[in-house]
Design a binder for this molecule. Structure first.
Ligand code: FE2
Length: 583
């Protein structure tokens, strides 16, 4: 056995750095302050499907945006803010494939002047997770459509009214410029606001005369029932908060909670206006519909008592500006299960604000003018002799400061162990995650880090050790790791990559580089959603048997459809191995 390579020595870090650059499947680009690309690693070229290579020294937006400076540019953000920036980015590649990545940009400064000399861009693929998110969102919308068809089976007029309230709420929220999340909440909150009427007896719901006090008390329960249908499901929380508020009043005299003013969520105050307008302009069993103008006059009169006066003013302004009549106000601008895809303009998913869209139109001529293959990026930097006024890129790439930036700035945990399980390297963030000083971890064995007294694969209990598999097979291994910590379930994409490092005596030591990407937020969201849908199916089954025993065969069919979505999600989750970023 050769001596251990010396962690933190310059040569060791250099070797580790190049192993990560070449093996970690993380895209790195180094760009100077005039947007010229001075370094790309091989994975950058591969992930952008630029296998023919790329001429260094060209502008970054030549590769990213067909030669036009990007509308949203993380490079510009870094240069303006003078600190690191992060976005979730979406690229349409030349072949039409859509990819998502975490995109981080870190300023690399001149040690002397402190000026930013370069920006290091780091991209980690998140396509599988985002695909799962979009798939779940599509399922979510289909389920909402099923709920509306169930409501239609119960009472056609309530269903039609709900669609109107949704359409008006969407228009007003959009007019207020509140952003896609609010539009989403108001549109779906408006749509589902009367869902609780599924629980109201037909004799009360469809009574031809005015309701007596007892009947009115029953009707007033419906926002709470709406809440009940959507309770216990985190995916429905923003919508149910809106839905339960549609009979609250600005002056606090509404129901069910009696909250007032701005304590009512804004989307709830919007649906209250939409609900009031559509109720007045619709025929009811006991009265005829009011004309549009008369309803608008009533809405104005309710400002400051029943309705938010500012929102009423804006509603009136919107109606005037667009020349709306009732027909155009309640017009559904495309809400149906097919039209309401996550990218639809009218309703965008709540996460739409999270990412910046980059559309890449690769210019075929750029690819053809390439002078070197992807495998020669490092040599290209050297041969191209691209130099800054003070040092060459090659020197920069070799500098400890730059290597530390790469090793410690990526949102990934790195560790390196030899084939005797000695820990040769841990990144600072990984040591922090284990809550131990880095020096202590470096003196120990890897299994000590996870509280074991012998190697994981020997510790029994069928424990899987990706590092042991990687060292035994000589091939990279992927696994999804789960761990409970402080009452939270954490998930990591784990890559174990076999490699070799040089010991102090010059002999090669077999090692395994382990890289962990934290996927907890996305995995927990995904599992919570699947749990929500199962919970909903259970509720709908109970509703059919206990509350609506006489409903039509159609209603049972609708619930069966929702059930099928559970099976679909289960299949999709197992087909993708639980989601995540796969090798
Ligand atoms: Fe209502």
């Amino acid at each position: 056995m050769a001596d251990r390579p010396v962690a933190d020595s310059s040569g060791f870090k250099q070797a580790l750095f190049w192993t990560i650059l070449n093996e970690a499947r993380i895209a790195y680009a180094l760009i100077d302050t005039s947007y010229r690309v001075v370094f790309l690693n091989d994975h950058y070229l591969q992930s952008r499907k630029m296998d023919a290579g790329y001429p260094l020294g060209s502008k970054c937006y030549d590769i990213a945006n067909g030669g036009v400076p990007c509308r949203s540019c993380i490079m510009r953000d870094v240069l303006e803010k003078g600190g690191p920036c992060k976005i979730l980015r979406k690229d349409i590649l030349a072949d039409g494939a859509c990819t998502y990545s975490d995109d981080l940009a870190i300023p690399i400064r001149d040690a002397g002047t402190g000026d930013t000399k370069y920006v290091l861009e780091i991209m980690i693929d998140r396509t599988a997770e985002m695909d799962a998110r979009e798939r779940d969102f599509a399922v979510f919308l289909r389920i909402i459509d099923s709920l509306m068809r169930l409501l239609e089976e119960k009472d056609y007029a309530t269903c039609r009214h709900s669609r109107h309230v949704s359409a008006i709420s969407a228009k007003l929220t959009h007019y207020l410029g509140l952003g896609p999340t609010a539009v989403f909440n108001a549109t779906l909150g408006g749509l589902l606001h009367d869902l609780g009427k599924l629980y109201i007896p037909d004799a009360v719901l469809n009574k031809m005369d005015r309701l007596d006090d007892a009947e009115y008390a029953i009707i007033k329960e419906h926002p709470v029932f709406t809440w009940v249908v959507m309770s216990g499901m985190s995916s429905f929380k923003p919508i149910r908060d809106v839905a339960i508020a549609h009979h609250e009043r600005w002056d606090g005299m509404g129901y069910p909670k009696g909250v007032s003013g701005r304590d009512i969520p804004i989307e709830g105050r919007i649906t209250a206006i939409a609900d009031t307008y559509d109720a007045m302009t619709s025929d009811r069993p006991y009265r005829r519909a009011m004309p549009h103008e008369a309803a608008m006059a009533e809405i104005k009169k309710s400002a400051g008592t029943q309705l938010d006066p500012d929102l009423v003013e804006l509603f009136v302004a919107m109606v005037g500006e667009y020349g709306h009549d009732r027909e155009s106000l309640v017009e559904d601008n495309g809400y149906d299960s097919d039209a309401l895809a996550p990218t639809s303009d009218r309703v965008r998913p709540p996460f739409a604000e999270d990412y910046v869209l980059y559309v890449r139109q690769q210019d075929a001529a750029v690819a053809e003018s390439t002078t070197a293959g992807a495998g020669h990026t490092r040599a290209m930097a050297r041969e191209a002799g691209i130099v800054t006024p003070d040092k060459s890129i090659e020197d920069l790439l070799a500098s400890d400061a730059f290597i530390d930036a790469v090793l410690n700035s990526t949102p990934a945990y790195y560790s390196l162990v030899d084939d005797d399980w000695n820990v040769l390297y841990v990144s600072d963030n990984y040591a922090a995650f284990h809550g131990k000083p880095r020096g202590e971890l470096l003196r120990g064995k890897c299994y000590h880090m996870v509280g074991k007294s012998q190697p994981c694969h020997l510790a029994g209990g069928g424990a899987l050790c990706p590092a042991a598999s990687a060292l035994a097979t000589g091939e990279r291994q992927y696994s999804l790791l789960a761990e409970d910590r402080d009452g939270q379930r954490l998930y990591f994409d784990n890559y174990a990559i076999p490699t070799e490092m040089e010991g102090p005596d010059g002999r090669k030591v077999k090692c395994c580089l382990e890289i962990l990407f934290d996927r907890s937020a996305e995995k927990n969201r995904q599992y919570a959603f699947e749990q929500d849908i199962r919970h909903l199916v259970e509720k709908l089954h109970n509703m059919l048997t206990e509350i609506l025993p006489d409903v039509s065969a159609n209603a049972h069919q609708i619930v069966r459809e929702v059930h099928l979505f559970c099976d679909y999600l289960d299949r999709a989750a197992s087909a993708s191995g639980g989601g995540g970023n796969h090798p």
